[in-house]
Write a protein that binds this ligand. Structure first.
Ligand SMILES: [Zn+2]
Length: 404
């Protein structure tokens, strides 16, 4: 953000709008960058010292940040107080997926406080997800200090979510269509709820707190139990497309002689690169978190051949995407992150071989760094967004409000 946007209010705006924008800037900085000294905040924001002092004071009063005295560093002068995100402000994140649903409580600053992932029957009904969200809160909130407050819930959905009315238009692997999931979870929990596509939230989390930091041209692919989701940051912005439906990278067509996809077509990337194919080879299901141990152990010839096949298909997909987006970095999460770990040389060599000239050379292909924390953090970002935009006027819910 450029300096002049903060202190010098644009024509027609009021002092109140300027103050709101400045509070937002300070809280967003502490949220994304972690603890900051007050003098760092002064230089990052371009605001003057007394303004930052007043803004931090208001955020402390509202319980959104805490100020502490720094450890003396021996340098001359009085050390600047340290401003950190408050531990008391949490968001609920919900991620329903095929055969598993994950709930988490995430603090400002991307701090995952509690996370529960449980296997469920396939095709879990939306009402059951909402019921389990309620039970998760009832079980865990009483363990937290009474000063805890929740801002809302974010839901990461493996499917298309209409950004206009927050409905799940289509989540083929869950068998859902036209489901007002956010509203159903809102009714069950008493929280404001927002939903979005899981992979878009993954790329958001990685670009804020993980392997996508400081990168303006990023492709992200995540392998969940539902298939492969994707997200793209191009020239610093998340690519959304019409109604927010863009970047379904798991459904780029890869093999016209291939298998039927849950989306109704044949040969999508996710029919070739899919953890369920691994399950089929093994004759059992394996949680995404356990794939690394499995691949690091002695692989059967059938598993090794399947990993080679998936590595080649993934590389072909990345090579095609590189032609469109010319990424600097490709971040791989979930099942495809574990696949990268198991077949790194093969994937890198294939991407270079298959890509269009220079577009395949020198792309950094890395694993996501947030791992299991990624989806909770991404979903929580949805819930934190209104608070970060308007810290003074966003309602927070106490534990007592929610579970009586
Ligand atoms: Zn498909």
């Amino acid at each position: 953000m450029s300096e002049e946007t903060h202190e010098r209010a644009p024509r027609g705006s009021t002092n109140e709008e300027t103050r709101q924008r400045n509070l937002s800037l300070i809280l967003s900085t502490v949220h994304a960058q972690g603890q900051q000294t007050r003098s760092d905040l002064t230089s990052v924001s371009g605001l003057n010292r007394s303004t930052v002092l007043a803004l931090v004071g208001e955020l402390v009063e509202r319980g959104l940040v805490v100020e502490s005295q720094p450890v003396p560093d021996g340098r001359a002068g009085r050390p600047s107080p340290v401003v950190s995100p408050s531990d008391d402000v949490l968001a609920l994140s919900v991620n329903p997926d095929v055969e598993a649903v994950t709930f988490a409580l995430v603090g400002l600053g991307g701090n995952v406080r509690m996370r529960e992932s449980t296997m469920t029957p396939p095709h879990l009904a939306p009402a059951h997800v909402a019921q389990r969200a309620r039970e998760f809160l009832e079980r865990n909130l009483p363990e937290l200090p009474p000063s805890t407050r929740l801002v809302g819930a974010g839901v990461a959905v493996p499917g298309l979510v209409d950004a206009r009315d927050d409905r799940v238009v289509m989540a083929p692997n869950l068998g859902w269509s036209k489901v007002p999931l956010a509203a159903i979870i809102g009714d069950a929990t008493g929280l404001p709820v927002t939903s979005a596509n899981d992979a878009s939230l993954g790329v958001l989390a990685e670009s804020l707190f993980g392997a996508g930091r400081d990168c303006d041209n990023l492709i992200y692919l995540n392998g969940s139990t539902s298939g492969v989701g994707g997200g793209v940051i191009s020239d610093g912005s998340l690519v959304r497309g019409v109604n927010g439906f863009g970047t379904e990278l798991g459904h780029i067509l890869l093999n016209r002689q291939g298998e039927q996809c849950a989306c109704g077509r044949v040969g999508c990337l996710e029919t070739e690169v899919n953890v369920r194919r691994i399950w089929h080879v093994l004759g059992r299901t394996v949680a995404i978190d356990e794939l690394d141990d499995l691949y690091a152990g002695d692989a059967s010839p059938a598993l090794a051949a399947e990993l080679d096949h998936q590595a080649d298909a993934l590389a072909a997909g990345i090579a095609s995407l590189a032609c469109i987006f010319a990424p600097e970095r490709v971040v791989l999460g979930g099942h495809v992150g574990a696949l990268l770990e198991a077949r790194s040389d093969r994937i890198h060599a294939e991407v270079e071989r298959l890509a269009f000239g220079p577009l395949g050379i020198g792309i950094s292909i890395v694993r996501n760094s947030l791992r299991a924390r990624m989806m909770p953090i991404g979903a929580a970002e949805l819930a934190f967004a209104p608070l970060l935009r308007d810290p003074a006027r966003t309602i927070l819910y106490s534990v007592g409000d929610l579970i009586g």
